[in-house]
Design a protein. Structure first.
Ligand code: ADP
Ligand code: MG
Length: 322
C-alpha cells in the first residue's frame, strides 16, 4: 500500500545518498559494467543513474515498484545465501513513494519501456528509445514528505555523504567504470581496470598508494585481502577504513576496530589509517538481513575474523618496516 511504502521509505531512503546507493546496487546486480550517476542540487532536484546492465522486461519494469517485488530471491531458503546486493524488493517502491521516478529500460534485442511513478502513483507508461540497460531518474525527492525534507542536512553534508557512498561503491567494484557528475561537472570517475593502485589513486587522490602494503590470505576458507595505505597518510576520521564482503560495503564496528588495532603501533594518537579490507566467503557465513539499508552484517564468527584481520595487518606492516 501507499502508506506501507512511505513507512519503508523512511528506513531505506533517508537522504539523497541512500537513493544513489540503492539505484547503483540495482545496476550492479543487473551486471552493469558502466554506471553513471548524475546529481543536480545535491540530489534534491534530481538523481539520474544510467547503466548498461541487463535491463527489465515489461512485467518486471512494473513489478519493480511494488513493495517486496524482487526478481532476486524466490523463497526463504535463498535468504541464507544471498549473492546479490538487493534482495528485499523495497528500494524502488520506497523511493517512488517519496519522489517522482521515471524508469527507462531495455533488454538486449527488445523494445525499450518507460514507466513513470509519482508518490507511488502510476503516471504514465509507454515505449522508450535507449541503449541496452536502465536509466532511473528520481526527481523532487521528499516532495510529499515535508518533515523529511526539512531533516536534510546542509548542502555540504549531503555532498559529503554522496561522495562517501560513491567512493565505497567504486572501491567495492573495481571492474565497473563509475562516473559521478554533480551539477554537470564530473567530480570523480574510475576506469574499471581492477588495478587497485589506479583505483585508490582515483578515489583518494594521486600518489596515495605510495608505500601501500597489500596482503592476501585465506583463513578457514575466507579470503582476506588488505590494501593498507601508508601509516604516514593518516586521517582524523575513522571513515576511510572500509570493509567489503563479497563486493558489498559493510559497517561492522568490531572489524573496523581490528584494523585500527592492527595499525596501532604505527599511528599517532587520534589518527586513523586509510585501509580497505576485502573479504570473500561463503554467503552462509554472514547475515545481511539485519537492517533495510543492508549495511550492517553479522558474521558467524566475528571474533575469529577480527583476530585474523588485526594479526594480518600487524604482520604486513611489520614486514614492510623491517
Ligand atoms: P531488490 O534490489 O531488493 O530486488 P529493488 O526495489 O531495489 O529491490 O528493485 C526491484 C527489482 O527491480 C529488482 O529485483 C530488479 O528485478 C529490478 N531492477 C531495479 N533496478 C534495476 C536495474 N538497474 N536493472 C535491471 N533491473 C532492475
Ligand atoms: Mg535493490
Amino acid at each position: 500500500s501507499k502508506l506501507a511504502n512511505m513507512i519503508a521509505a523512511g528506513e531505506v531512503v533517508d537522504r539523497p545518498a541512500s537513493v544513489i546507493k540503492e539505484l547503483v546496487e540495482n545496476s550492479i546486480d543487473a551486471n552493469a559494467t558502466i554506471i553513471t550517476i548524475e546529481v543536480l542540487d545535491m540530489g534534491m532536484q534530481s538523481i539520474i543513474v544510467t547503466d548498461n546492465g541487463d535491463g527489465m522486461d515489461f512485467t518486471d519494469a512494473h513489478l519493480a515498484f511494488n513493495r517486496h517485488a524482487t526478481s532476486k530471491i524466490k523463497d526463504e531458503s535463498d535468504l541464507s545465501h544471498i549473492n546479490t546486493l538487493g534482495f528485499r524488493g523495497e528500494a524502488l517502491a520506497a523511493i517512488s513513494a517519496v519522489s517522482k521516478v521515471t524508469l527507462r529500460t531495455r533488454q538486449e534485442n527488445q523494445e525499450g519501456i518507460q514507466v513513470e511513478y509519482h508518490g507511488s502513483h502510476l503516471i504514465s507508461e509507454g515505449s522508450a528509445t535507449l541503449n541496452k540497460g536502465t536509466v532511473v531518474e528520481v526527481k523532487e525527492l521528499f516532495f510529499n514528505t515535508p518533515a523529511r525534507f526539512k531533516y536534510i542536512k546542509s548542502d555540504y553534508a549531503e555532498r559529503a555523504a554522496i561522495i562517501d557512498i560513491f567512493d565505497r561503491l567504486a572501491l567495492a567494484n573495481p571492474k565497473i567504470r563509475f562516473t559521478l557528475k554533480m551539477d554537470d561537472k564530473t567530480i570523480k570517475e574510475t576506469y574499471g581496470t581492477s588495478d587497485f593502485y589506479h583505483l585508490i589513486d582515483q578515489i583518494y587522490g594521486s600518489k596515495m598508494t605510495k608505500d601501500m602494503t597489500i596482503f592476501e590470505e585465506t583463513v578457514q576458507k575466507i579470503k582476506i585481502i588488505g590494501y593498507l595505505l601508508s601509516p604516514q597518510i593518516a586521517r582524523s576520521r575513522k571513515k576511510d577504513i572500509s570493509i567489503f564482503v563479497n563486493g558489498r560495503y559493510i559497517k561492522n564496528y568490531r572489524l573496523i576496530q581490528a584494523v585500527i588495532d592492527g595499525y596501532h603501533s604505527y599511528m599517532m594518537v587520534g589518527k586513523y589509517p586509510i585501509a580497505l579490507i576485502h573479504m570473500e566467503m561463503d554467503p552462509s557465513l554472514l547475515d545481511v538481513n539485519v537492517h533495510p539499508q543492508k549495511y550492517e552484517v553479522k558474521f558467524v564468527n566475528e571474533s575469529m575474523l577480527s583476530y585474523h584481520i588485526e594479526t594480518l595487518i600487524k604482520e604486513a606492516l611489520n614486514k614492510k618496516t623491517h
